[in-house]
Design a protein. Structure first.
Length: 255
């Protein structure tokens, strides 16, 4: 069932989204050659603490996961697509990092992700990241009253496929509100004019995931969480929490 949020609820979700944006900004600023992934998680935890928020990621255990997620931040490096667990790995020059973060404040959740390069960027990685954000922008632009979920999916998929990138099978965006994952699902590829109509008060986490090798397959790492490309190519991930309103898309996870 899809919950339509009131305007007051959207304002409350905006405050949760602001915490998410602050944390991802702090994580990106802290990410440098030699910094451990667990240190980035500590940076994100501190933002939560200062805001009086908590983490919808920490302890989360969906059906596919063998254990609860042990951190507040997902950090996926190079061939890791999503759900990377922060560990003692030290970032290296040229690493491609995707950071995914959520915050719960006042009972409402925000969720967002960014991708960036540490140190000197490879041109191919720059193009991959730029395409991920272009796909996100296209999905957001399609998130208007009167369109359908398929219009968002088609907009994202068109950008990704035109650039020659893969789209991991079975993963995409989702509704969000009191819980991190709510109905409806938001695929990263689909047919326009299909799926649930978009209405004022719907809130969606729109999140393109791209693989540089052009393949859609992936495998789960030994930790049971981290998803990696089968061909070893790099991946990028971009995400915003977006409210559907009569005035147009309202991005909730920005500063």
């Amino acid at each position: 069932m899809v919950e339509l949020k009131t305007d007051a609820s959207l304002d409350a979700m905006r405050e949760a989204g602001r915490v998410v944006a602050q944390a991802l900004t702090a994580v990106r600023e802290a990410a440098d050659v030699g910094v451990r992934l667990v240190d980035l998680d500590r940076v994100a935890r501190e933002v939560l603490r200062e805001a009086g928020a908590d983490s919808p990621f920490l302890g989360y255990r969906p059906g596919f996961a063998p254990t609860p997620f042990p951190a507040t931040l997902c950090v996926s490096v190079n061939d890791a697509i999503v759900h990377g667990i922060p560990d003692g790995y030290r970032l290296r020059d040229g690493d491609l990092v995707s950071a995914d973060f959520g915050a719960r404040l006042g009972g409402w959740v925000g969720d967002s992700a960014v991708s960036f390069t540490v140190g000197r960027a490879r041109p191919a990685d720059t193009r991959l990241v730029e395409t991920a954000f272009a796909a996100l922008d296209a999905g957001i632009a399609a998130a208007v009253v009167g369109n359908r979920i398929g219009d968002i999916a088609h907009a994202i998929g068109t950008v990704c496929r035109t650039a020659g990138y893969g789209i991991p099978d079975g993963f995409g965006g989702h509704g969000i509100g009191r819980r991190m994952h709510e109905d409806p699902g938001v695929p990263n590829e689909g047919r326009p004019g299909r799926g649930m109509p978009l209405r004022h008060g719907m809130v969606l986490a729109i999140e393109p995931m791209l693989t540089a090798g052009g393949k859609d397959d992936y495998y789960a790492d030994r930790d049971g969480w981290t998803l990696r490309t089968c061909d070893g190519s790099r991946a990028a991930h971009a995400e915003h929490t977006v409210a559907i309103t009569e005035e147009g898309p309202r991005v909730l996870t920005v500063l």
